[in-house]
Design a binder for this molecule. Structure first.
Ligand SMILES: [Zn+2]
Length: 303
């Protein structure tokens, strides 16, 4: 009888234990203005996050450019990670303050592609992104940061901040193999067709540089080894800066975001920003050194 009871108890426990015992990570995607195709990118970011099963991603859109920003008051503190896909008009002062409070209290942030173009005149935001470009950034924004013989180099020479060569597939070069975001990923892999940001400037408070890429001058690049994926040194905050992912004209024609490497970095970086850990295995369709890998439907293959 006792044995039967034990079996029944075990069966009950198994039946009521969910397959994944973790609560989904709550993510908030901020968008609504961008010199990029934000109408597609913010939905693709949401799809990638939600399809992973690890996140529930909400969206907060601002008014259109030039519109009434006064009602834009997302509740940052309701979320484990805030994903910025925004490059536009300044937020209301209270929203700036709420964002800083969230970040400085140890919040998680993902800076995605042209989000690092935003708010050139907002000093604290520039510390949160570490490096930014365009919007009249120049030597007053801080030095250029690039690698010479693999060593981080700050260059204070005058000149504009932010440029890129022609879109192409290009190799990613690992600069860290132990950080949770990149642990287990190959040292070098071929990224899907994308822009490569270069000549970025800022306070350059990079914490862990994860990947760089060579901005080939023959393709219109800086001719330097440029930082592309890194974390930011900003108090208790966990900030993941992902310069990859220039959005294409439609979700179906969007190679930079359809790249399995991009999606993997977004998911691992967002999980780390939210929790400080990465629980995701390396996907079996991850790009190799020679060959990019595209997920046209933004879904990872089953393990
Ligand atoms: Zn772009």
């Amino acid at each position: 009888m006792k044995r039967l009871f034990t079996l029944l108890l075990l069966a009950t426990i198994v039946a009521f234990t969910p397959a994944c015992s973790h609560e989904p990570i709550k993510a908030l995607i901020i968008s609504g203005q961008n010199n990029h195709n934000w109408q597609v990118s913010h939905l693709v970011l949401q799809k990638i996050l939600n399809e992973s099963g690890l996140f529930t991603a909400d969206i907060a859109l601002t008014a259109k450019a030039g519109g009434d920003m006064s009602t834009f008051h997302p509740n940052f503190s309701d979320y484990d990670v805030v994903v910025l896909d925004y490059n536009g008009d300044r937020w209301p002062a209270e929203t700036d303050a709420a964002f800083l409070e969230y970040v400085q209290a140890g919040g998680g942030v993902v800076i995605y592609h042209a989000a690092d173009n935003a708010f050139a005149q907002w000093e604290e935001f520039n510390k949160i992104i570490a490096l930014g470009g365009w919007e009249n950034r120049n030597e007053t924004a801080g030095p250029y940061y690039y690698l010479v013989d693999g060593k981080p180099t700050l260059d204070y020479s005058a000149g504009p901040g932010g440029s890129h060569g022609s879109e192409r597939e290009y190799p990613m070069h690992a600069r860290n193999t132990t950080h949770p975001i990149v642990k287990g990923l190959p040292d070098g892999w071929m990224h899907g067709r994308d822009e490569m940001y270069d000549r970025m400037r800022g306070p350059a408070n990079i914490k862990d540089l994860l990947y760089s890429g060579y901005a080939d001058a023959k393709r219109g690049g800086s001719g330097r080894e440029e930082p592309l994926v890194f974390t930011v040194d900003y108090g208790k905050a966990r900030i993941f800066h992902l310069m990859l992912g220039h959005c294409g004209p439609t979700a179906d024609n969007n190679p930079a975001m359809q790249c399995a490497g991009f999606q993997t970095l977004l998911l691992r970086g967002a999980e780390w920003a939210a929790t400080g850990k990465v629980t995701q295995p390396v996907p079996k369709d991850f790009p190799t050194a020679e060959k990019p890998s595209y997920r046209l439907d933004y879904k990872a293959p089953a393990e």
